[in-house]
Design a protein around this ligand. Structure first.
Ligand code: S3P
Length: 179
């Protein structure tokens, strides 16, 4: 069951969750449903850098990528009527959450798309994501468990995303009482 939303006047929805939980697919469908703009923080970083994420990790390292995420968080504040899909590690850095909260004016809602590790792993195991390539399945499951606690602590709403996308989208809309 989703935790009920208490915040009113939501203007930005951030989707968070582990790699493969469906942030991009749900984000696109949700933005279509609400007629809001859709942004993806990974795509924003790739566009600004002119490089793909695996290249950024290989050339500059993960710490540099995390800084890029914090900069991206700070740039989201003026966005209105926007659904934002974030990378799986986006909200893991305290400075990223701080930048988001300080620049957001309190109008963003963070939605955690909760999904089992096995479901996420099935979707990401053959991908070129640096964390997937550099970890075993067991290592990834440890990261998943540690991060899940963090997602739960920063999220305003928790929604299960194991079923069909349209149901997840409706559940988000109902929980945020947007329409
Ligand atoms: C990462 C998740 C990726 C991407 C990068 C790092 C992570 O995004 O930001 O590879 O640390 O979990 P997705 O969650 O969209 O795969």
């Amino acid at each position: 069951m989703a935790k009920p939303m208490v915040k009113k006047g939501v203007q930005r929805i951030l989707l968070c969750g582990f790699m493969g939980c469906g942030k991009t697919s749900v984000g696109q469908a949700l933005s279509f449903r609400l007629k809001w703009e859709f942004l993806d923080t990974d795509a924003m970083i790739e566009k600004r850098e002119g490089r793909k994420i695996p290249e950024i990790f290989a050339q500059d390292g993960e710490a540099a990528f995390r800084q890029m995420e914090a900069q991206t968080a700070a740039s989201l504040g003026r966005r209105r009527n926007t659904v934002i899909s974030t990378g799986g590690g986006f909200l893991m850095q305290p400075e990223t959450v701080k930048a988001l909260r300080e620049n957001g004016g309190g109008f963003e809602a963070i939605v955690f798309l909760d999904c089992s590790f096995e479901t996420c792993y099935r979707r990401i195991q053959t991908s070129d994501r640096p964390l997937v390539r550099n970890n075993t399945k067991e290592g990834l499951e440890e990261i998943f468990n540690a991060r899940r606690e963090k997602y739960l602590s920063v999220a305003d709403v928790v929604i299960q995303n194991e079923g069909i996308i349209s149901s997840t989208v409706e559940e988000i809309v109902e929980n945020l009482a947007i329409l």
